[in-house]
Design a protein around this ligand. Structure first.
Ligand code: PLP
Length: 378
């Protein structure tokens, strides 16, 4: 198998897998209990929290959640009052559904929702952002890295600008594709991330709350996670994060260089093919590359590759089963560009040979398809 769908999910770190059964045999205690074995489990939770906080320069307090979706929901609904009628809230048109659907809900409750335009790479149009920001803006949510194109938003500039115009606004950023995949430490009030995108387990998320910022959101219950997110901690998930954060934090430069190199190799290999449109921008995220192979159905290409043991995606995993044109429309793609999209996404251990092999298979499949279409007179 050649797995090139790491923006959908990643394989847990081998070190973690090797230590997993020991954890399940010996460290399965409830971290809230006060006997020694439970205290040992609690110390794994706290060590991981410290590590996560260090990974963002100790600027944030970290709380564990179940996933990126939960974090975004908590950030959005936890920052706003119950009655949102007339409140101005801002997001971008190309957010992941975990943010976009929250804003749709806010719209239904009467909030004044503004969707900022992006360019074709999913990067926020700064002029439009400035135009939509008012002194009364209550909440802003702009994703760090776009999951379809890999476009990177300059969160720090957007945050700093918003602080001047609307100092009371809360700024959230969905960092699920950006956390430990970019060198910049994001500046905002709440930054949410997800374990399974950085080689930890599914079912574990991170909510980073800027130190000094009073966040009112909470999940009511037993008061775990300093009262912010009640519920017995997913200790195995947290343990998996410990390995994953440590690895990504200490190898970030090498990993980014490696994945950028893979993007370059891929583009060189497919440059033999006509009708290729690059949907990822230069300077975008290193782990995502999105290309349209005009005239090919993205799904046909995906399944042809799957038949050869190569796993890629036509878009995000969550929307790939739903035919939702929202993102392609927001990015300004025409029908042929939208339908022929393929997203390849890499991780630290994706190899150059795997990428060359996949690229060559794509070139062959596209060429054969085009010859067939020509023969059929289409
Ligand atoms: N935000 C972005 C940008 C994503 O790519 C994803 C998942 O693909 C999510 C949020 C949702 O994360 P989770 O699956 O942890 O809920």
């Amino acid at each position: 198998m050649i797995y090139l769908d790491n923006a959908a999910t990643t394989k847990p770190m081998q070190f973690f897998i090797d230590n997993c059964s020991d954890f399940l045999e010996n460290k399965w205690f409830n971290p809230s209990a006060i006997y020694k074995d439970a205290v040992d489990t609690k110390s794994i939770v706290e060590n991981t929290r410290e590590l996560a906080q260090r990974s963002l320069g100790n600027k944030y307090n970290c709380y564990f959640s179940s996933c990126g979706t939960e974090g975004a929901n908590l950030a959005i609904f936890g920052s706003l009052p119950k009655d949102v009628k007339g409140l101005r809230v801002i997001t971008s048109a190309t957010e992941h559904p975990c943010v976009y659907e929250c804003f749709k809900e806010l719209e239904g409750r009467g909030a004044d929702v503004q969707y900022v335009n992006t360019d074709e790479y999913g990067v926020v149009d700064f002029e439009d952002f400035k135009h939509k920001l008012t002194p009364k803006t209550a909440f802003i949510s702009i994703m760090h890295v776009n999951n379809i194109t890999g476009g990177v938003n300059d969160i720090n500039t957007l945050y700093e600008y918003s602080k001047n115009v609307c100092p009371d606004a809360v700024f959230h950023s969905d960092g699920v594709q950006g956390y430990l995949k970019t060198k910049t430490i994001p500046k905002c009030h709440i930054y949410t991330a997800s374990g399974h995108k950085i080689n930890a387990l599914k079912g574990i998320g991170l909510i980073f709350v800027r130190k000094g910022f009073k966040f009112g959101g909470k999940l009511y219950g037993g008061g775990q996670e300093k009262g912010l997110r009640s519920g017995t901690e997913n200790t195995l998930g947290i343990y998996s994060l410990n390995f994953a954060i440590d690895f990504w934090m200490h190898n970030l430069d090498d990993n980014l260089r490696h994945m950028s190199g893979l993007q370059k190799v891929f583009l060189e290999e497919i440059s033999r093919l006509d009708g290729v449109v690059l949907n990822s921008c230069p300077g975008g995220s290193s782990h995502i590359i999105n290309i349209s192979f005009i005239g090919m159905g993205g799904e046909i290409l995906l399944h042809s590759l799957e038949g050869e043991g190569i796993y890629v995606s036509t878009g995000s995993a969550c929307s790939s089963r739903k035919k939702d044109p929202r993102l392609s429309n927001a990015l300004g793609y025409d029908k042929s560009r939208a339908e022929s999209q393929l997203r390849l996404s890499f991780t630290h251990d994706t190899t150059k040979d795997e990428v060359i092999y996949a690229a060559n298979r794509i070139v062959d499949i596209c060429n054969n398809h085009r010859i067939l279409m020509r023969r059929k007179g289409r």
